[in-house]
Design a protein around this ligand. Structure first.
Ligand code: IPM
Ligand code: MG
Length: 362
């Protein structure tokens, strides 16, 4: 059976890291003797420029008939002055919402070869392996009412932070199930000391706990969680939280690993298509120079193999190849200089992809 993948390179370095990562996908699936078909679509600023909308209908219908989507990134200074509803980011948010991709998995893993590039001390981050699970289709990102208005003769802006029980329950179940497969520790992050929505969040997560006896559940306020992530990140295994808290905490977690250029993510629904993208943005300052780090997107392809294509061997092969290449001292510019004692070779985006392909084995 041929599996179909939609490639949405998007903006900035997305145009570089996605093609390189697709080469890795083609190479690993051909090693595994699996047939895949890749189709290409437009999203974000690229789609605005070419067809006038950040999420063209054609992209959405392609997305609905594929097994998995690989997305580079959206946005850039060129489109910064557009109104919220017309910005490149709407393309990504619209995809997440239309496809019901409520579970966003953002692993933060410190690769042994890169421990020196973290801004934290070696002993705080070595062997770090945590998974942030961010609710992705609800909360303040999508809550109504939202907008701007004039009240008492001045402008006001407002958004709504709202979660229903069923939205909380389904993301909590995803988190409990993934925690069961890891080290059995789940921390739910909220702001229940101030927000009613967080009190409901905490109650619903707590009420499920007895169904997952192998998982040790704890709760933490988001401000404390941000602090603890930097103070002692290894106390965490799986973290589950709402949309905006997860947006913020996952950037902190990413930076623990040394570079945003290393972190993949998966956005999943209960079933159906999954969307895979690097956690990093479009890096307009380095776009088009072949210096971007493709590893976050290549590792997103590994997550795609694992979660959507049912190719766990391919996922492992990609992860091993990435580690092998890093072990040999090959670096992209953003992760160079992490180990003064070791000789490093700096590679461009395309060359890094080729190096990783040559290290693939199944
Ligand atoms: C992310 C990004 C997006 C978000 C933006 C680009 C809309 O920051 O995926 O973390 O806020 O979700
Ligand atoms: Mg973000």
């Amino acid at each position: 059976m041929k599996q179909k993948i939609l490639s949405l390179a998007g903006d900035g370095i997305g145009q570089e890291v996605v093609p390189v990562s697709l080469e890795v996908l083609k190479a690993v699936t051909s090693l595994a003797g699996r047939d895949i078909e890749i189709v290409h679509g437009l999203v974000g600023g690229d789609a605005i420029d070419k067809v006038g909308s950040p999420l063209p209908d054609e992209t959405l219908s392609l997305a609905r008939e594929t097994d998995a989507i690989l997305l580079g990134g959206v946005g850039g200074p060129k489109w910064d002055d557009l109104p919220t509803q017309e910005r490149p980011e709407r393309g990504l948010l619209g995809l997440r919402q239309s496809l019901g991709l409520y579970a966003n998995l953002r692993p933060a893993l410190v690769s042994p070869a890169l421990v020196g590039s973290s801004s934290l001390k070696h002993e705080i981050v070595n062997n770090l392996d945590i998974l942030i699970i961010r609710e992705l289709t609800g909360g303040i990102y999508f809550g109504e009412p939202r907008g701007t208005d004039v009240r008492n003769n001045e402008r006001v802006g407002f958004n709504t932070l709202i979660y229903s029980e069923s939205e909380i329950e389904r993301i909590a179940r995803t988190a409990f199930e993934l925690a069961e497969k890891r080290n059995g520790k789940l921390c739910s992050v909220d702001k229940a000391n101030v927000l009613e929505v967080s009190q409901l969040w905490r109650e619903v997560v707590e009420s499920l706990s007895s169904q997952y006896p192998a998982v040790q559940l704890s709760h933490m306020y988001v401000d404390n969680a941000a602090m603890q992530l930097v103070r002692n990140p290894k106390q965490f295994d799986v973290v589950v939280t709402g949309n905006m808290f997860g947006d913020i905490l996952s950037d902190i977690a990413a930076m623990l690993t040394g570079s945003l250029g290393m972190l993949p993510s998966a956005s999943l629904a209960g079933s159906g298509v999954g969307l895979f993208e690097p956690v990093h943005g479009t890096a307009p300052d380095i776009a088009g120079e072949n210096v971007a780090n493709p590893i976050a997107t290549i590792l997103s392809v590994a997550m795609m193999c694992k979660y959507s294509l049912d190719l766990p061997d391919c996922a492992e092969s990609i992860e091993n190849a990435v580690n092998a290449v890093l072990d040999e001292g090959f670096r992209s510019a953003d992760i160079a200089g992490s180990e003064e004692s070791k000789k490093e070779t700096i590679l461009g985006c395309v060359e890094m992809g080729e190096k990783i392909i040559s290290a693939l084995a199944i």
